[in-house]
Design a protein around this ligand. Sequence first.
Ligand code: SF4
Length: 459
Amino acid sequence: MKFIEENCGVFGIYSKKACADDIYQGLDFLQHRGQEYCGISTFDTEINHITHHGRVTNLFTGEELRRLTGTWGIGHVSLRDRQPMKWLTRTGEIAVAFSGNVINSDALLEDMMNRGKSFYKGYDIEIISKIIIEEGEGNIMNGISALSQKIKGSYSLVVLTAEGIYASRDTYGFRPLILGQDSERFVVCSESRALQNMDMEIVRDVAPGEIVLINDKGFQTAGQIDSPRRAHCAFEWAYTASIDSIIDGVYVQEARNNLGESLAQRDIDEGTVAANIVAPVPMSGVGHALGYHRRSGISYQDVFLYNRYADRSYTQITQLAREKMAKRKLSVLPYVKGKNVILCDDSIVRGTQILNKVKDLKKAGAKEVHVRIACPPLMYPCAFGISTRSGGELIARKHITTGDILSMEQLVDLEAWVARTIGADSVKFNTIDAFVASLLIPRESLCLQCFDGIVPSRT
Ligand code: SF4
């Protein structure tokens, strides 16, 4: 079970040529951020618009892409709802897509409905769009600025209009948003991997609170909303983003390798490394396991074979179906027999998934399984809606009930308890200090609230 289970990605392009194929390609490179829904909107005197339930490359046909005419447009991939959403406003058509979560959506919906507004389902994207349209009164810039006053939560968004594409990041910069270009195209997207793989040059990250207008002149900062401080979601580097992305100047791969190295260093310092192989939980533990291998010198080997054709386990309806699917997804390599294994993963939420993996390895004959976790223990639910896991679901909370940041003594006690609970020979997490040092980002620019309980606020 993953802590970040709701996610999405945005893409926007202004091109000298028809752009639908580029959006399709860009979304394919962002598909890891959401596989349930996808959608494309393009502008060509009016907005052409198609969304699907499922993955981009499975569903968009050549005929559909030909119908999406125009040289600028936006796209979206999601685990939650269909986007972009298209609107007819008094100043013309617009389409809106965002990556993030509105945590005060109930209060906003109630307030807006009390003022006579109607909604299709009350999705976050409807709330965001209506604020942009109604508070902006025809001026998109003003509408986006109003979001920072009304919305609690996180958002990186793209708005398709007749004058180009507006792109903006919430004032804390929780979610990534990056700009890239070549001689014919200006692009904004959730992760740099789309730019790299489309042979484009990375220009820069969108700053927290910045509103960028993208048109035939390129990128212009059309507005800058006051940013109280940066608070990038630390999970982007540890788990969410693709390992080939660079976010806010830090290579995701380097951050993950550092997290693994830090775990290995702790084992070396404590004199407790006695393993034959270090292995990842696919695919979330790969960068961490490589880092562990690099620092410890212990041989890197896969112990699970990843079945890329199995569907995602949480889309199955029953627990039994989910467990069966999880089994189909990862099969144990018999090579583990008689080995002492260091098993690396990004985080532990409830502990059920890692418990099953330890059980599978032991059943296949592994002598010892030592679990190493890149993130510190999850102690608090996310206050920004990026994860919807409740505090009661967190395994660490079943053992530690006090609210303070864990001391080293408490951490070691928790690790021993988690090891017993999941049947591992040992468990170690990175400390918060080691985690921050590995990410190569100043602590004051990160959100760590699910680990330390400190809600980022104006400093
Ligand atoms: S609390 Fe902060 S670090 Fe944790 S998931 Fe939420 S935004 Fe990310």
